[in-house]
Ligand binder design. Structure first.
Ligand code: 9WO
Length: 254
């Protein structure tokens, strides 16, 4: 998978390129990262990438031309390396909400071009002419699109085959929608007693069937308490067994 990022702050992306599971996968050439700085596509001595907004108002707006030239270079580079032209994603609170399904779609694709805005935003004509998808991480405002792009790339890369150590850990993750769409059960490790609190007995029993049942029930309980919307969704998708339904009924009867 190839990720191209248009950003005024390429250093930010060293975090996912160099560290942790995404860093290891990058060293194994499971995925590739290329950053493109709009400043490199300016002609004036100040390397200007922004200007004042028409109509007035606070702040500055990113010029469309340096962004367009960066994208043109990306397309040329993709052609030269025999890669397909990937979708152009803008990170913005006005976008479609990011979720595990979007991460999976990204992981299943050849990658994407991420456009990271700064200042007050990007000239709308660049967005209208070149951006194919706008994606949001949620209803909050950042000082740039970079941190949202980091999150999206991290979520997609860890889904690539052979990135995680165990095939299982991906399947058992907190938000693996296609498995059950439920929240993860709690985890415990040593010591057996921490600040007077013991590890739940069943986890020390070695009885794997009971452990699996306990985890499923913890998962159902936590999801019912914190995200009842996910219970309804799992039910609609036929992901809840009769035993699950029976357990959920014991919760609502209390
Ligand atoms: C900001 C904005 C606010 C309300 C409605 C639409 C909006 N679009 C943008 C925008 O594109 N801003 C640029 C990127 C420039 C300023 C910093 N940017 C940004 C992206 N701030 N916050 C995000 C973001 C991206 C994804 N998920 C959450 C927030």
């Amino acid at each position: 998978m190839r990720m191209d990022v248009i950003t005024l702050f390429p250093e930010i992306f060293s975090v996912i390129r160099d560290l942790g599971v995404t860093g290891r996968a990058h060293r194994q050439e499971i995925w590739q990262l290329k950053t493109w700085n709009p400043r490199a596509y300016t002609a004036d001595v100040h390397q200007t990438v922004d200007d004042r907004p028409y109509g007035g108002g606070p702040g500055m707006v990113m010029l469309p031309d340096p962004l367009k030239m960066a994208l043109t270079d990306i397309r040329q580079n993709q052609q030269e390396s025999g890669a397909l032209a990937t979708p152009v994603i803008l990170l913005s609170p006005a976008g479609k909400r990011f979720d595990q399904g979007v991460a999976q779609r990204l992981a299943d694709s050849g990658g994407a071009v991420f456009v990271c805005g700064r200042y007050e935003g990007i000239d709308q004509r660049f967005i209208d002419h070149y951006v194919t998808e706008e994606i949001s991480l949620g209803d909050f405002v950042l000082s740039g699109g970079e941190i949202a792009a980091l999150a999206m790339i991290d979520a997609a890369v860890r889904l690539l085959p052979s990135v995680l150590n165990t095939a299982e850990s991906a399947l058992q993750d907190s938000f693996h929608e296609s498995l059950s769409g439920l929240l993860d059960s709690p985890h415990y490790t040593r010591p057996e007693v921490f600040e007077g609190a013991s590890v739940p007995e069943v986890l020390l029993s070695g009885h794997h069937k009971n452990i699996a049942l306990w985890r499923r029930q913890m998962s159902l309980r936590l999801t019912q308490e914190r995200r009842p919307d996910l219970i309804l969704q799992a039910r609609r998708q036929g992901l809840l067994s009769p035993a699950d339904e029976k357990f959920l009924k014991t919760l609502s009867d209390k």
